[in-house]
Design a binder for this molecule. Structure first.
Ligand code: SF4
Length: 503
């Protein structure tokens, strides 16, 4: 592969939407089945197995492409049926499968499937090293994180031969895709399983300085609309322009596709005026206000719908969060075959002397501050931890950030250079770009909770690619953790049992 023609990619949740999108000028359609698919909150949407087969035929007869979303994280108990489903999708001749969970990459290899793999936006691909790693792993396309600057998209494009897909229009999360646990922790419904109840769309009050009772929609991001910027995006290397909205009706999607078709054709033919006309038609029918995300700089407060006035529908209402009491905890012991070992994750190395004990296997020094403070400035903490642990049986693990955008890569490299001179047992990575860099530097690599490990197939894939120990996703309940632990797997696993977990 891999560079592709410029493509307009439409969503479809129903047959009539797919037909309308094609009639309006889509080059390709992405949709999901009734199983293993993210957008499952509305039972009347999505395609049955026979509809998927028919959709493939319908689109191919018209020289259009079909990409099928199998883009959840999967639990251990789902793996068996998932295999059959992947074989089915492969056999009907769909043009690609869109995935989040590396379990599918593993099964793809084991089952010798031929269908191309596209990395879902949920994989959080936000830097060129991650894209290059996916290319090594046999992916053919990366759907990049939504919040990148134009220059970052360009740099990623130059780092890989993968085809680059980018969201041009639709909802924006206030959080980085694949790293938001807000719905999971507040309501037990995981955004990484397509069940997000959108608590970021609720009104909140902010402590310190805001008068009591003043509730505003502080996290309610406006919608992305890049119709005026197609030319820039083509020049940056975007090959596929994706429109969001798999739960929308035919009329709405047809209108979006007509506008973007016009803008895309005008951009390809270098006629800028068409985009302006398309933009004003989109403005007339908009749901929320529009913004351009991070494309030309960090979003300011005007990218947030503070008043809530343009929120179309609230699919859930705000919960009053109660402080948990001791009685609220249910004692559910998990029986393990072998005893566990203890790690502690720290920011401040000065507490290490108080923690040292024979049971303490590792100290994990978190290094989220690389993004904010830059690697060089915060290296002293890591050096101090190494000094405290020198000559002891407790190993030092350095944990890299959960979100690594293209602009962060130089600092990740500096951090990995800096720790060469100290005694580090392992580097814990939370994104695929850090994984590639840590591997290239030759470190022993562990996976942090940002990799969202939910099953042993994904663990097997990461083990085959050099990771020695993995953290189980903090979203799994006790039963699902037990399902993983009961499997015979050579992977060393760890899980967080206490402490704050950034949502
Ligand atoms: S809670 Fe909001 S930011 Fe988080 S995944 Fe859901 S929609 Fe996105």
């Amino acid at each position: 592969m891999i560079k592709a023609e410029i493509e307009l990619l439409a969503p479809a949740g129903k047959w009539d939407v797919m037909v309308a999108a094609v009639a309006a000028g889509a080059d390709a359609v992405y949709l999901g089945g009734k199983r293993f698919n993210m957008r499952m909150l509305r039972p009347e949407y999505n395609f049955s197995d026979s509809e998927l087969r028919d959709a493939c035929e319908y689109l191919h007869q018209r020289s259009k492409k079909l990409y099928i979303t199998v883009n959840n994280l999967y639990y251990q108990a789902e793996l068996e049926e998932l295999q059959d489903y992947l074989v089915f999708i492969n056999d009907i001749g769909a043009d690609a499968v869109i995935i989040q969970d590396l379990a599918i990459a593993q099964l793809h290899k084991e089952l010798n499937l031929q269908i191309p793999i596209h990395a879902s936006v949920q994989m959080g691909i936000a830097n060129g090293a991650a894209a290059a790693l996916l290319e090594e792993w046999g992916f053919s396309r990366a759907i990049l994180s939504k919040n990148l600057s134009l220059q970052e998209i360009k740099d990623i494009h130059h780092s890989t031969r993968l085809s680059i897909e980018y969201f041009a229009h639709g909802d924006l999360c206030v959080s980085h895709a694949g790293q938001c646990y807000m719905s999971s922790f507040m309501a037990g419904e995981s955004g990484n399983r397509g069940r997000c109840l959108k608590p970021c769309r609720w009104p909140y009050s902010v402590a310190n300085g805001i008068p009591a009772g003043e509730m505003k929609y502080y996290l309610a991001h406006n919608d992305l609309c890049l119709v005026n910027h197609i030319q820039d995006l083509i020049e940056a290397g975007v090959a596929s322009f994706k429109i969001e909205g798999r739960m929308r009706g035919a009329e709405y999607i047809a209108h979006l596709i007509t506008c973007y078709r016009e803008a895309l054709d005008n951009a390809i033919n270098k006629q800028g005026e068409g985009a302006l006309a398309a933009h004003s038609r989109l403005e007339e029918n908009k749901i929320r206000d529009f913004c351009t995300g991070n494309l030309y700089g960090r979003p300011e407060i005007d990218a947030i719908g503070l008043s809530g006035a343009r929120e179309p529908v609230f699919i859930s209402t705000a919960l009053r969060l109660e402080r948990l009491k001791t009685d609220d905890f249910e004692h559910r012991p998990i029986t393990l075959e072998k005893s566990g070992q203890l790690s502690v994750k720290l920011h401040d190395p000065r507490v290490i002397p108080e923690l040292l004990s024979p049971e303490l296997e590792t100290v994990i020094m978190e290094w989220e501050g690389i993004r904010q403070l830059k690697g060089q400035k915060s290296f002293g903490r890591i050096q101090e931890a190494a000094r405290q642990l020198e000559g002891l049986n407790t190993g030092l693990v350095v944990e890299l950030p959960r979100i690594v955008a293209q602009n962060d890569l130089p600092d990740i490299r500096i951090a990995l250079e800096n720790i060469r001179g100290i005694n580090v047992l392992a580097v814990m990575v939370n994104d695929y770009g850090s994984l590639k860099l840590a591997r290239d530097y030759g470190y022993n690599i562990w996976g942090g909770y940002g990799l969202n490990l939910s099953n042993t197939a994904a663990a097997g894939f990461l083990l085959n690619n050099g990771l020695k120990r993995l953290t189980i996703s903090p979203e799994l309940d006790a039963g699902r953790i037990k399902d993983i632990l009961n499997c015979q797997s050579p992977v060393e696993l760890e899980m967080m049992v206490h402490g704050p977990c950034a949502v």
